[in-house]
Design a protein around this ligand. Structure first.
Ligand SMILES: [Zn+2]
Ligand SMILES: [Zn+2]
Length: 270
């Protein structure tokens, strides 16, 4: 395996996972990783889905300290968060970053119009194209509301295609270039990373999120900064399809990926 760090994963500190953090770390050791970074769901002011997507950060950081002591010299353990961006939440994110010593922050758009695209009702009464375009437009507008220093990477940029009625059948970079290119330009212009989320492979899309076409365009535009994560919610999904992702990325001309410690970026060879 040439990718030795998994920088997007969840444990029981996230509302939708029941995996003990220690089991994720054990699995990482078994797989021969050098490091992993927990990125727990922090989605303040989320639409009511019956799941609490906020983290008890005091317990979380206490656990991270325990694990770091336990695995010192064997496995690097990052404490990060996947923050669910919404236009009114920049202050909330900044306050969290001032309070807790995060290694890494993923900014992810999980909600549009106060609704979660994960549920089919999001698409009712709208064409798939309309909703996909709206998702990308909202993503850019929301990112623009956040100070660039408040996050490190944009999570699963096109993950809405996991949930549309036709999923990625009519989706490609070209079909949505008008909405997607400005997002890529924005990230490049602000020195932010684009995440390569291998959950897309796990979800049966045959590619990561974002798709190969988007990654190709990012590279063409001069984008070099990527982070890589499996979005595992259980130990067996850690590093999912990392070999396929590495092959794809190298084929597109990427040679490095970024990892973060206390919000400082370091490049690792692909
Ligand atoms: Zn997410
Ligand atoms: Zn996630």
């Amino acid at each position: 395996m040439s990718i030795l760090y998994d920088y997007h994963l969840h444990s029981a500190f996230s509302g939708d996972s029941d995996a003990p953090a220690e089991r994720m770390a054990e699995r990482a050791l078994d797989l021969g990783l050098k490091g992993l970074c927990f990125t727990e769901h922090q989605d303040p002011d989320a639409p009511d889905t019956g799941i609490d997507f906020t983290v008890d950060f005091a317990s979380y950081f206490a656990c991270m300290e325990r694990l770091r002591a336990q695995y010192r010299g064997r496995l690097q353990i990052g404490a990060g968060m996947e923050f669910g961006i919404q236009p009114h939440l920049p202050g909330t994110l900044q306050a969290l970053c001032e309070t807790w010593p995060f290694d890494f922050v993923i900014a992810s758009l999980h909600f549009v119009d106060g609704q979660d695209p994960y549920y089919p009702s999001f698409f009712e009464g709208h064409s798939e194209r309309e909703r996909y375009e709206q998702f990308f437009r909202t993503q850019l507008e929301t990112l623009q509301a956040f100070p660039p220093e408040s996050y490190d990477t944009l999570g699963h940029m096109d993950y809405i295609v996991r949930y549309g009625p036709n999923r990625s059948r009519f989706y490609s970079y070209e079909a949505y270039a008008e909405q997607i290119e400005p997002i890529l330009q924005f990230l490049i212009g602000h020195g932010k990373c684009l995440e390569v989320n291998t959950g897309g492979f796990r979800q049966g899309l045959g590619e990561p999120n974002p798709c190969a076409g988007v990654l190709r365009r990012y590279r063409e535009l001069g984008g070099e900064l990527i982070t890589i994560g499996s979005d595992a919610h259980e130990p067996q999904s850690l590093c999912y399809a990392f070999d396929q992702a590495a092959e794809l990325l190298r084929g597109l001309g990427f040679r490095y990926y970024a990892v973060f410690e206390r919000r400082n970026m370091r490049m690792e060879r692909l």
